[in-house]
Design a protein around this ligand. Sequence first.
Ligand SMILES: *Cc1c(COP(=O)(O)O)cnc(C)c1O
Length: 370
Amino acid sequence: MPVPLLDLRAQHATIKDDVLAAIHQVVESQAFILGKPVGQLECEVAGLSHTRYAVGCASGTDALLLALRALDIGAGDEVITTPFTFFATAGTIHNAGARPVFVDIEPRTFNIAPELVGGAVTSRTRAVMPVDLFGQMADLAAVAAAAPGLPLIEDAAQSIGARRQVDGEWRQAGEAATMGTFSFFPSKNLGGYGDGGMIVTQDEALYKRLMRLRTHGSVRDYHHEEVGYNSRLDALQAAVLLAKLPHLAAWSEARRANARYYDEAFADVAEVTTPYIAPEAESIYNQYTLRCDRRDELQATLKDRGIGSSIYYPLPLHLQPCFAYLGYRPGSCPEAERAAGEVLSLPVYPELSADQRDEVVGAVRSFYGR
Ligand SMILES: *Cc1c(COP(=O)(O)O)cnc(C)c1O
């Protein structure tokens, strides 16, 4: 039985009528740029994130770039982030004209290590960009305490709807940062049928600035206060996302159930370490990521059995050829480098059947002789 890493067709089959009706409505209206569905989705996502404002844009990558630009971050500035993330996190810092400063990760959660952030702050540091990796929120309160007074841009591309307790109160992904960013790339927990992204914030001035930046820096048509971007969320994508949003909580719960099943099934396999979720955090498991012995051999064995898996991420960002100019070396971020050699993400998507789950469990267990 083949088990793909992600099966978007299986999900589409469960919501097809609603999604196609929503698309049809937009096509009939012929109003494709921004418009009603985008405004509605912004309201819904602000509600989910417990924020006052949300701004739709063209992608999760653009959400990060717009957030940096809204803080006037550019040439000569430094932004602290993690090297163990999707490329866009640091790529946008570079593209804004600023310098990415990489701080190593906490080995258990793979998120930025707050205790290392303070040591990376200089007079040029303008923001910290923690990432909520694999569906689990970073410890934002600890990051904020380590970098007092600096704005936080929370890259929550993989973590929409995730939450974490701070002093006994639940905080949603995006809620506590200066700005939080989401991606609607199809493989994210809330994926569109194409690219899309969103920024959330509690700050009215930043909200207005983001609205202006996404439409060429203009508030009034053909009058430009600054040079911005063409970075809007398509009405078609917003309509699809509105049809999918009511299912998001149940999908994330199904991912957590799959994760619990794997956790138990691998508990006696000493060669693998199952994901660590902090007791105060609730993950949405955009990925279920093991650390394992003989990782590449395990992945090849899974592939032979028709089981999809992936390595997120094989080369940490501080060692990417395009960032050689920053001067990092192997050993600069040892935990990120060790993780890159050990991680393997398994199928955890909500439509996974019990038989498919058992196929994955059986393959991993038998690889290690259990
Ligand atoms: C997916 C992702 C992005 C970029 O989102 P796009 O919508 O693909 O541009 C940024 N950061 C992280 C951590 C991501 O996983």
